[in-house]
Ligand binder design. Structure first.
Ligand code: HEC
Length: 208
């Protein structure tokens, strides 16, 4: 007896709830509902690297599409650096760009003629006290392209690093220009048609 009365009460309550839900109020309500705490229903549109997400940078080691792989050698890895090859196949325009960059970033010290006697040094009369290396005489003539790239990347003694001014591609262009002048200044032939070593994804530190 007790059980049936309980069931009756529950049924009555459920019926009441159902009726009120189907009432004309619901069926003809054209007013949009109110959203309580909208942030929980709809996520906010956001822009990368701004607002609340400022400081959220790409995962470390991420490589931009078409960019070169990072240079893994450390400053002290000079032996391995000697073996690194220029991953770019540069044509005349690439060498020309290397000259342009060289004249801006290196020429002031090392000289536009690559003789180690730029306007900042001027044979000892300039404001810069240390003698920059010549590229057309002495030991740098024997430097591999990887070694020159390494010096630009990390600096050498009093010469500072140029890694923040020149990206890797630009550094290799400067290297190619220096090597080109050392080799007599003959512009290179156009790269072979089947060359795959262009800016794609060259492994710079393959020599490791
Ligand atoms: C502010 C002056 C200055 C600028 C600019 C400069 N260098 Fe140097 N560089 C020097 C000096 C000084 C030395 C000699 C350091 C020594 O022998 O102790 C040197 C040495 C070098 C060497 C020889 C390193 C060795 O192992 O003996 C290379 C290669 C070189 N520089 C390349 C470059 C290139 C490429 C650039 C341009 C991206 C450049 N430098 C820009 C001052 C400069």
């Amino acid at each position: 007896m007790k059980r049936t009365s309980n069931i009756l009460i529950v049924a009555a309550l459920a019926g009441g709830a159902l009726l009120s839900a189907c009432g004309n109020k619901g069926a003809h309500n054209r007013k949009p509902g109110k959203i309580y705490m909208p942030d929980m229903y709809e996520s906010r549109a956001y822009e990368f690297y701004s607002g609340r997400l400022a400081g959220l940078k790409p995962v470390e080691g991420t490589v931009k599409r078409g960019a070169m792989l990072p240079y893994h050698l450390k400053a002290e890895d000079t032996a391995q650096a000697n073996l690194v090859k220029n991953p770019l196949v540069l044509d005349e325009a690439g060498i020309k760009e290397g000259k342009r960059l060289y004249d801006i970033y290196c020429g002031v010290c090392h000289g536009q003629k690559l003789d180690g006697n730029g306007p900042l040094y001027k044979g000892g009369d300039g404001p810069y006290p240390a003698a920059p290396a010549s590229f057309i005489a002495g030991k740098v003539l024997g430097f591999s392209e990887g070694r020159i790239f390494h010096v630009i990347t990390y600096g050498y003694n009093v010469m500072g690093s140029y890694a923040s001014q020149l990206d890797m591609e630009q550094r290799w262009k400067v290297v190619a220009y220096i090597k080109n002048i050392q080799g007599g200044g003959n512009a290179p032939a156009a790269p072979a048609a089947d060359s795959t070593a262009a800016a794609g994804a060259p492994a710079v530190a393959q020599a490791q």
